[in-house]
Design a protein around this ligand. Sequence first.
Ligand SMILES: [Zn+2]
Length: 167
Amino acid sequence: MCLIPYSLSPLASWLFLLHGDAMKTPLDECMNLVELTEEFGTDDKCRRVLEQLRWPRGPMCPRCESKATKIANRFQYDCDSCHYQFSVTAGTIFHDSHLSLWKWFLATYLITESRKGMSSNQLKRMLKVTYKTAWYLTHRIRAAMLEVAPEKLDGTVEIPTSARMWK
Ligand SMILES: [Zn+2]
């Protein structure tokens, strides 16, 4: 059974990285779409970024905080102490999502960068995902933003009615 608490920290860090709000980063204050695609255009690149953000001193077990070892040919780690196996997305909003990581990153970018707010329908068209996925993304990402950077939510916040929710 997975007992990892739900945490937003990698996304939070990434948002800060993207916007340069709180941390000095080697990246420019604000990325454009071309730079974003170059930096985060594949799942591998996204995973590496998450690994660096989450474990600057090497992979660490989310259960017992011991050192962990990468499992060869898999995107998983094995705790040296309790042998719990986990991925870099464990305990984050990206966990258990069928959506590619790079689409999560792109969705985060689109939602945080759109001045007037981004509707689930817009996101659905732009990412070529179902409305259900787009709705889930907009709500999870907005919840994360509310936690780390509420001032970024100046735009229109879409409040879907239950009738529209899963179309
Ligand atoms: Zn452990």
